[in-house]
Design a protein around this ligand. Structure first.
Ligand code: XIL
Length: 483
């Protein structure tokens, strides 16, 4: 009898557990950032130094970036050799022991260049090879090039070393031509060669700041982001990942915008992984155009990443406010110091948002359909006569060869329960991706309709959808029909 009773009890237990799960949430809420992130399929990391390796690092984070200890100012010799790698080794060992990924940071950078300052490409290449081979696959991601682009939204490269190595041979204003010299291209080519020769799995990233939104404050297009996009598009064969530093502060180019997700998406659509690499958010973002409140701002950034499958990791730039490089902005997830840390509201918001996973649980949250249905021919079913029920306006961010359009649908004098927007793209232009709408067609006349969660719009209120395309999209005249 005993030999029968035991399996029966086990079966009952299994059955009971299954029944409980089927009426509960899809997945249990995790209680650490790393567990919640892992459940959602991304890493959640932190920048650290050997002096900051308190137990919280391994408990809360599953990715580590050396805040300063892998910079050329610490580890490079003037001939591209390595020195003083002890702190970097400590961090890599700690990460390995605690099952954390490592991001190497950083190789080619105008700042903190140390003995490498002023080096030629050959010496940079020597350093790139030495750094990659020193840690091999123990480093999952390396920032090969950091902060290559100019400040103040010019959309241009920096001009100081190492970018002073650049030559625009045909004078056409870019460094992409075969005859040009480009330190970005040449550094990535070298890095890719080393990875391939060594059979490494290390992924090669380009990292920058003020590249987070499609726009900057006031709706001006983000030329710095567009320039980064052009670089990644041109050098896609050598570049595996893009880092948005995401040091959000009151600088008009450093704010959190509503189009952060669309910008992450357009890079992801190039096939690269996107990471938020150095996140901190000033707790007094008075210029922030999508609302104040540090915890809510953290939530928005995490949600934007979660909504794009190829946004595969978020790293905060330190543990605690007082130990941050920008301590006066109180931009991190913990207060306290020396291992005695307290969670802030921002921590709780991040954990909560991570626990919701990649698909928003709230059906009114924006969503990015992963594979929108596209019909090969267009048969518009709506009248092109403008309706009094709704109006639609388009705001456009364009770069060479591509664009992202954000369409705002506004209800008229009565609430609407659904909408259709018809617009005609210039010939030669093609929609490659859209979000917050269903779509019919991808060129010529293209029709967009509401999804279940954004069809109802109250009197005078608005909702937005967007799409990305190749070619141009100037002069669009959308026609909105309410249903
Ligand atoms: C910062 C460190 O946090 C500071 O400790 C150091 O004094 C200066 O550099 N962009 C980067 C990081 O890529 O390497 C910088 O880190 C912050 C801005």
């Amino acid at each position: 009898m005993t030999s029968i009773a035991l399996p029966t009890a086990v079966l009952l237990l299994v059955g009971g557990a299954v029944a409980v799960q089927s009426i509960g949430p899809a997945a249990a809420a995790e209680t650490t950032l790393r567990a919640a992130a892992a459940q959602a399929g991304l890493f959640f990391g932190v920048a650290a130094s050997p002096g900051r390796l308190s137990s919280i690092v391994g408990q809360e984070f599953n990715q580590l970036t050396p805040e300063n200890d892998m910079k050329p100012s610490t580890i490079a010799t003037s001939t591209g050799g390595l020195q003083n790698t002890g702190n970097a080794d400590t961090l890599v060992n700690y990460a390995q022991t605690n099952n954390m990924l490592v991001r190497g940071h950083t190789m080619v950078w105008h700042s903190q260049a140390g003995a490498l300052q002023g080096a030629n490409q050959a010496t940079l290449n020597t350093f790139i090879g030495n750094a990659l081979n020193r840690w091999g696959n123990r480093i999952a991601y390396w920032d090969v090039v950091n902060e290559a682009l100019d400040d103040n939204n010019t959309g241009r490269r920096r001009t100081q070393w190492p970018h002073s190595l650049n030559r625009d041979a045909n004078g056409d204003g870019d460094f992409f031509d075969a005859g040009d010299t480009d330190v970005i291209r040449d550094s990535f080519i070298r890095a890719k060669q080393v990875v391939q020769a060594g059979g490494l799995t290390t992924k090669l990233c380009i990292n920058d700041y003020d590249v987070e939104g499609l726009t900057v404050q006031g709706g001006t297009q983000n030329r710095k982001a567009n320039a980064l996009y052009d670089i990644v598009r041109n050098y896609r064969q050598y570049i595996d990942c893009v880092g948005f530093q995401a040091h959000f502060n009151d600088n008009p180019n450093s704010i959190i915008t509503n189009d952060l997700q669309a910008n992450i998406q357009r890079f992801a659509d190039l096939g690269v992984e996107v990471h938020i690499t150095e996140l901190d958010i000033d707790d007094d973002l008075s210029n922030n155009d999508i609302g104040a409140g540090q915890a809510e701002n953290y939530r928005k950034v995490v949600r934007a990443c979660l909504n794009v499958a190829k946004c595969t990791g978020i790293t905060v730039w330190g543990i605690s406010d007082s130990e941050s490089w920008r301590s006066s902005e109180r931009g991190l997830l913990f207060t306290g110091s020396n291992g005695n840390y307290q969670k802030k509201a921002a921590y709780t918001a991040v954990l909560d948002e991570l626990n919701k996973g990649r698909v928003p649980i709230n059906p009114t949250s924006p969503n990015t359909p992963s594979s929108p249905s596209v019909s090969p021919t267009v048969s518009p079913t709506v009248s092109p006569t403008p309706s009094t029920g709704c109006t639609a306006t388009v705001s456009l961010d364009s770069w060479t060869g591509g664009f992202v359009a954000t369409v705002t649908v506004t209800a008229g004098t009565a609430p609407i329960n659904g909408w259709n927007v018809l617009l005609t793209l210039p010939s030669g232009s093609t929609v490659t991706n859209s979000w917050n709408a269903t779509r019919g067609g991808n060129s010529g006349a293209v029709q967009f309709s509401n999804l279940s969660y954004n069809g109802r719009v109250n009197t005078g209120q608005s909702t937005q959808f967007g799409f990305q395309g190749t070619g141009t999209a100037t002069g669009l005249t959308p026609v909105c029909t309410a249903s």
